[in-house]
Design a protein around this ligand. Structure first.
Ligand code: MN3
Length: 204
């Protein structure tokens, strides 16, 4: 959905991911952090009606074509909006707890299986200095990659399709885990929904 962008409903209660992700973190993360990205993105686009029909992915893929005065705002806040919209979906309670279907096959064949993927993603997330994301992505030729992006950059900016994204900003875990990013990264596997990841893999 293009401009005006809206904060999506979570579709599940804030406490649904306890004890792995606490309700307060989810509430602040969704309402305050994601909410601010949406508001700031709309504010940046307001004076450029010719951009109001564009989906956020399109804006992010073509940042250099945008008016210079809003490129940074769209990059940070459009990225923030897209990243978190994907993240809430990937955390939907229920669903498969390990890779399934076509995605499982691709992970087994290309990355050496789920255990190897977990290790690669955890490494990418731990190695991200400061704020950013770790990702499982697919390139346009069907190959999977594990990457990490700084700040709110989204893999679509590099031509990839995001399959799994893990938020490693401190706001994603600080209330419960404080400085212990490694503990948060261990817990996150309990709440990832691999049916959703499979759907992103097939769609992309
Ligand atoms: Mn976040």
């Amino acid at each position: 959905m293009p401009y005006p962008f809206k904060l999506p409903e979570l579709g599940y209660p804030y406490e649904a991911l306890e004890p792995h992700i606490d309700a307060k973190t989810m509430e602040i993360h969704h309402q305050k952090h994601h909410g601010a990205y949406v508001n700031n993105l709309n504010a940046a686009l307001e004076k450029y009606p010719y951009l109001h029909g564009a989906e956020v992915e399109v804006l992010l893929r073509h940042l250099a074509a945008l008016p210079a005065d809003i490129q940074t705002a769209v990059r940070n806040n459009g990225g923030g909006h897209l990243n978190h919209s994907l993240f809430w979906e990937l955390l939907t309670p229920g669903g498969a707890k390990e890779p399934v279907g076509e995605l499982k096959k691709a992970i087994d064949e290309q990355l050496g299986g789920f255990a190897a993927l977990k290790e690669k993603l955890t490494q990418a997330a731990m190695a991200r200095f400061g704020s950013g994301w770790a990702w499982l992505v697919k390139d346009p030729f069907g190959k999977l990659h594990v990457i990490s992006t700084p700040n709110q950059d989204n893999p679509v900016m590099e031509g990839f399709t995001p399959i799994v994204g893990i938020d490693v900003w401190e706001h994603a875990y600080y209330l419960k885990y404080q400085n212990r990013r490694a503990d948060y990264l261990q817990a996150i596997w309990n709440v990832l929904n691999w049916d959703k990841a499979e759907a992103f893999f097939r769609k992309g």
